[in-house]
Design a protein around this ligand. Sequence first.
Ligand SMILES: Cc1cc2nc3c(=O)[nH]c(=O)nc-3n(C[C@H](O)[C@H](O)[C@H](O)COP(=O)(O)OP(=O)(O)OC[C@H]3O[C@@H](n4cnc5c(N)ncnc54)[C@H](O)[C@@H]3O)c2cc1C
Length: 276
Amino acid sequence: MTERELGGTSEPTLRDLSEGLIRVYGTDYGVHSPVWITRFTDAARQAETYRKGRVLLAGDAAHVHYPAGGQGLNVGVQDAVNLGWKLAQVIQAMSPEWLLDTYEAERHPVGAKVLQNSLAQVALMRRDDRSQAAWKAVSELLKMDEPRKRYAAMMTGLDIRYDFGEGHPLLGRHMPDLDLVTAKGPQRVFALLHDARPLLLNLGESGGFDIAPWADRVSLIDALFAGPWELPAIGAVTAPTAVLVRPDGYVAWVGDVTQVGLADALTTWFGSPATE
Ligand SMILES: Cc1cc2nc3c(=O)[nH]c(=O)nc-3n(C[C@H](O)[C@H](O)[C@H](O)COP(=O)(O)OP(=O)(O)OC[C@H]3O[C@@H](n4cnc5c(N)ncnc54)[C@H](O)[C@@H]3O)c2cc1C
C-alpha cells in the first residue's frame, strides 16, 4: 500500500493499514493478525565514499533503494565478503593499507548499478499510460533469450566484473562452482573456499607450480576438470590451465600455458613474498 504523504515516523499499525485499504478499496477486507507491518520508501541513495580512514560502510549503510528485484541483501553481503579478507590482511600487516581502497573501487560501481536498475523498475511499475507502455516494451525484450539471460545475471550479481585489466574473460569475474577431481577425491570449488584462504587451482600438469613464498597464505590445489567452462553472463569461455581465486571467490589471475603475471598477482592481492 502506498501512503499518500511522506514523513510518517511512527511504527505503522494495523489500524493505519486498515484505514489505507478502506481509502483505496472501500473495505479493509477484515484484515487481521498481521505477522509484520513495516514502512519503506523508494529513496535511492548511495554514500559518496565507502571509506573514510577507519570508517567503512557496507550494506544498506552504503546504499539504499526500493526493494524491487530483491537485490539489497545480496549486494550488502557481497560488500562485506569483499571487505572482510582485505581487512584481515591489513590488520595482520600482510598487505598494505591501499588494499582497503580496492573495496570502494570494486563495490561502489556495483551499488550504483543496482540503484540505477531499481530506479528503472520503479519507473516501470507506475500505472500511467507511458510507464505501462515502457513496461510492455521491456516485457517483450525479456521474452528473448539474450536480454533475459543478461537481466538475470545482473539481478543475481553474476555479471559483475572487477577491473583487473585485460585478459581472459574469467579475470575479475566470480569463479564458477566446478566439480573437480583432486587427490582427495571429488571436490567443489566453493568447498575449497570455505576456509576463506586464497586458492591457486592448478588444472594443468600436476606439480607444475611452486608458490613457496606465499605457501603460508595461499592454498595450492592440483585438480582436474573435464566439463565445459560456462559463465552465467557470457557463456562458454576457453578452459584455463590455472586460476588464482581470491577469498571472496573472484578470479585474480588466469593461467594459459605460462605463469606470466602470477607472482605480480600474488603480491598485489596477498602481499609480498615471505623471505627466509
Ligand atoms: C520490504 C523490503 C523487502 C526487501 N526484500 C528484499 C529481497 O527480497 N531480497 C533482498 O536481497 N533484499 C531485500 N530487501 C533489502 C534488504 O532487507 C536489505 O538490503 C538488508 O536487510 C540490509 O542489511 P544490512 O545489514 O546492511 O542493514 P540492516 O538490515 O538495516 O541492519 C542494520 C542494523 O543496524 C541496527 N542499527 C542501526 N543503528 C544502530 C546503532 N546506532 N547502534 C546499533 N545498531 C544499530 C539496525 O537496528 C539494524 O538491525 C528488502 C527490504 C525491504 C524494506
